[in-house]
Design a binder for this molecule. Structure first.
Ligand code: NAD
Length: 292
């Protein structure tokens, strides 16, 4: 019998486990895509923190779900509960997508690929380019690793002197010593070193804000104190998509630079997960028309 677009006995559930989660755009995005393609799946968000995570994963195994997403605070905590990690998860030490391959739970991280795919959609190829990257948390790490895997030539990471600084140093080490596909040079500098920041941006093609500076509670603030560091031929990207135009992107537009917000990264990380679960490409243009 034809699937009538309602949940029936054959519907496959895809979960999202995070907290807080009610603001997430992922359920709407995936369910619109399932419906558009006539795929018999349903995507639902569940309020799950670190304490519940182990039980939830056990439950997923018992139910033999095709896959699920995890978000904060579970992206790193989930690692020990999975059977295998793809390169994207291994290099970043974090997972946002799990695919159940015949009972084996494989962890992936599609954030970095979502970022580079979105740049491609904007006509920008990172191969051979230089990036100045602010931050070394989850989003910034995914961007750094994937850019290195895809052949960027140099990444200068600027990190604040907080608990993430050591991660910046470790990210640079991994890029310099372990990623062998391309010869990529990674440098780490304290974000407080404005002179060095100026120098690195001047020789970069791409400037990336990989921090939450620019969204609540830091809305209206930019990681770039001196907007004269920006110039028209610089590509400036932000991981933030709420607000759509952060202070940094406003500064970029004011000097005529290309400004790209985090919405495309979010959309493409979801599209890559969707394709792994269903074997079909997400109808991205349709989702954009409907949601954004
Ligand atoms: P995180 O907590 O793992 O990392 C935060 C980073 O920001 C760290 O490097 C920290 O040092 C830095 N930081 C924090 N406050 C700062 C300040 N005042 N000045 C300078 N640096 C500061 O967080 P995350 O998971 O990497 O998320 C960061 C942002 O990326 C969030 O806004 C999140 O919504 C966004 N994000 C977007 C996508 C997407 O698909 N577009 C995906 C993941 C995360």
């Amino acid at each position: 019998m034809q699937n009538l677009g309602v949940i029936d006995g054959k519907t496959q559930l895809i979960g999202l486990f995070a907290t807080p989660i009610r603001h997430s755009l992922s359920p709407t995005m995936h369910n619109l895509a399932f419906k558009k393609l006539g795929l018999n799946y349903a995507y639902m968000a569940f309020e799950v923190g670190n304490e519940e995570l182990e039980d939830v994963i056990k439950g997923m195994r018992a139910l033999n779900l095709r896959g699920f997403n995890v978000s904060m605070p579970n992206k790193t905590k989930i690692l020990p509960y999975l059977d295998e990690l793809a390169d994207s998860a291994q290099l970043t030490g974090s997972v946002n997508t799990v695919v159940n391959e015949n009972g084996r739970l494989i962890g992936h991280n599609t954030d970095g690929r979502g970022y580079t795919r979105n740049l491609k959609e904007h006509g920008f190829d990172i191969r051979g380019k230089k990036m100045t990257l602010i931050g070394s948390g989850g989003a910034a790490t995914s961007i750094a690793m994937q850019s290195a895997l895809e052949g960027i030539s140099e990444i200068s990471i600027f990190a604040r002197n907080d608990q993430f600084y050591a991660r910046a140093v470790e990210n640079a080490r991994i890029i310099n010593e372990e990623i062998k596909q391309f010869s990529v040079k990674a440098n780490v500098y304290p974000l407080e070193n404005q002179e060095q920041l100026k120098k690195e941006i001047r020789s970069s093609d791409l400037l990336v804000n990989g921090t939450g500076v620019g969204m609540k509670p830091l809305e209206g603030i930019s990681v770039i104190e001196d907007p004269t560091l920006l110039r028209p031929d610089l590509i400036v990207t932000d991981v933030i998509y709420s607000p759509l135009k952060t202070k940094l992107l406003q500064q970029a537009e004011a000097v005529g630079a290309t400004a790209i917000n985090g919405l495309g990264m979010m959309l493409w990380q979801g599209a890559l997960a969707f394709e792994m679960w269903t074997g079909q490409p997400m109808p991205v243009e349709y989702i954009q028309e409907q949601m954004f």
